[in-house]
Ligand binder design. Structure first.
Ligand SMILES: Cc1cc2nc3c(=O)[nH]c(=O)nc-3n(C[C@H](O)[C@H](O)[C@H](O)COP(=O)(O)OP(=O)(O)OC[C@H]3O[C@@H](n4cnc5c(N)ncnc54)[C@H](O)[C@@H]3O)c2cc1C
Length: 295
């Protein structure tokens, strides 16, 4: 590894100032589980790192007015151990539970997962399905970007180089008495410490009749160059009987129209398609089961 300068700001303003002074020569580092791998592989294009670990306002989970505020520097372990996430956002809890190892979850952060923007990023499908919003701050001020507009290309986000991810806002799906739940599944080659061959997130809202779908969110990872929402399918499910979301035929149509599966050295496009056909209905069925609806 080359010599890299290391900054330890304790406020967001200090972090932004260092970044402004050094420009592209400095990168943010949170848990370092992506950054340090790049550094070791000599693929890190920075001569300085700005640590986000000592900025208290970037970490933590709080609930205000039916919106869960998730600090980007919150570790995956803290998310996993949070009762509100487990109760209100099982789709995100499912995902964090199957990420890396205990040691890795103690270091890795949700903000790092978002900003790395890998198609395989396990929190990204859940955050897309939950209609999360990113708060991006820069010396020029703050803007809010819906998660759905964050992933603009392979490993590329809509954030400008001078912007820092300062917060994630997640409206509670069951706010106001809505009936909603979600589920996440990930397929890997081995049981632990592996990136997804494919992952699937489904969040469903059902009407008070508990028989028809009011709103649907479906997302898949490693199914395209970025994590993707299956928007056409989401629209078609509105008003449909709940069982429709669990039909393989619906998954097959979604994959054909809305995914861009490819072969890689990890597995073939054919295998990814076969597994998506199974995992999309399975995630929908588990979401319904969590609402007490049997199909
Ligand atoms: C052994 C191992 C297993 C892994 N398993 C999984 C897995 O199962 N699933 C999965 O999805 N990923 C996995 N990963 C990848 C990685 O751990 C995750 O992407 C993790 O969430 C990254 O978080 P971090 O805090 O370590 O990010 P860092 O490495 O600190 O940062 C990652 C990127 O985000 C930027 N960044 C971080 N925070 C901010 C911010 N607030 N504002 C702006 N930019 C920011 C950094 O500049 C950098 O570009 C694994 C990695 C390893 C090494």
């Amino acid at each position: 590894m080359k010599n890299i300068e290391y900054f330890k700001p304790t406020t967001i303003d200090q972090a932004l100032r260092v970044k402004q002074e050094m420009g592209r020569e400095a990168c943010y580092i949170a848990g370092g589980t992506d950054v340090l791998v790049l550094a070791r592989e000599k693929k890190l294009d920075c001569r300085a790192l700005i640590s986000l670990r000592r900025i208290p306002e970037l970490a933590g989970i709080s609930l205000q007015d039916d919106v869960l505020h998730l600090g980007p520097a919150t570790t995956l372990t803290d998310i996993l151990e949070n009762g509100e996430v487990a109760r209100e956002l099982p789709i995100l809890h499912d995902a964090v539970q199957v990420m890396g190892s205990t040691q890795m979850r103690n270091m890795a952060t949700v903000g790092g997962n978002v900003m790395t923007a890998a198609s395989s990023g396990d929190t990204l499908g859940p955050l897309l399905c939950l209609d999360a919003v990113c708060r991006l701050v820069s010396p020029g001020g703050e803007r809010r970007v819906p998660m759905d507009e964050m992933f603009v290309g392979p490993r590329t986000t809509a954030a400008e180089p001078d912007e820092l991810l300062a917060g994630l806002e997640i409206p509670l799906p069951a706010a106001g008495g809505a009936i909603s739940s979600g589920a996440f599944f990930k397929l890997t080659r081995r049981a632990a410490m592996d990136l997804a061959l494919i992952n699937v997130a489904v969040q469903l809202w059902v009407n008070p009749d508990r028989a028809t779908i009011a709103k649907a969110r479906l997302a898949a990872g490693v199914a395209a160059p970025t994590p993707v929402r299956l928007k056409q399918t989401e629209e078609e499910l509105v008003g449909a009987p709940v069982a429709e979301a669990t039909k393989e035929q619906v998954a097959i149509r979604a994959i054909g129209r809305e995914c861009r599966l490819r072969d890689s050295d990890r597995c073939s496009a054919w295998y990814r398609e076969e597994m998506l056909r199974v995992l999309i209905p399975r995630a929908a069925a588990l979401a319904l089961e969590r609402m007490g609806i049997a199909v």
